[in-house]
Write a protein that binds this ligand. Structure first.
Ligand code: CA2
Length: 136
């Protein structure tokens, strides 16, 4: 099974800033553990701070891979373009968030992705990604 994890803006700062919200582990370190835990899954990881690059990647893999785990970061709450890309593809998308967006500012309660996602996993720290993998 081929699964890609796509992370959006600022998630490259995980483990380096705001540990009280996002924890103190880098995504690269967590990703190594995830690959060992689910050794039979063929994982790819992609991160970008650029909206169009995220859309390009969703289109590129969205008819080939078995699953997309998408944390679009702040674009979740603003990007009709990413929402449209998720709607346009056939690969199922699981939307994940590290923090509980519903216990934060009201602008984080809106998602342009959820309505076209297979499911949504929110608020379990980096474990949200584990749970998303288990859903496939
Ligand atoms: O909780 C999540 O996973 C979010 O998608 C993270 C986004 C935020 O805009 C969403 O509302 C919820 C922000 C990612 C920023 O990540 C940082 C990590 C470390 C230090 C600073 C930012």
């Amino acid at each position: 099974m081929q699964i890609i994890i796509i992370n959006g803006p600022n998630l490259n700062l995980l483990g380096k800033r705001e540990p009280e919200v996002y924890g103190n582990e880098t995504f690269e370190s967590y990703f190594e553990k995830l690959k060992s835990k689910f050794a039979t899954i063929d994982f790819t990881y992609f991160q970008s701070n650029i909206e169009g690059e995220l859309i390009d990647k969703i289109q590129e893999v969205g008819f080939l891979y078995d699953g997309i785990i998408l944390n679009a970061g702040a674009y979740t709450h603003t990007s009709i373009g990413i929402g449209d890309a998720v709607k346009a593809i056939t690969t199922p998308v699981v939307e994940v968030h590290i923090s509980n967006t519903f216990s934060r500012e009201s602008f984080r309660h809106q998602s342009y992705i959820s309505s076209n996602a297979k499911g949504v996993i929110i608020g379990f720290g980096l474990q949200s990604y584990d749970l998303a993998v288990q859903s496939f």
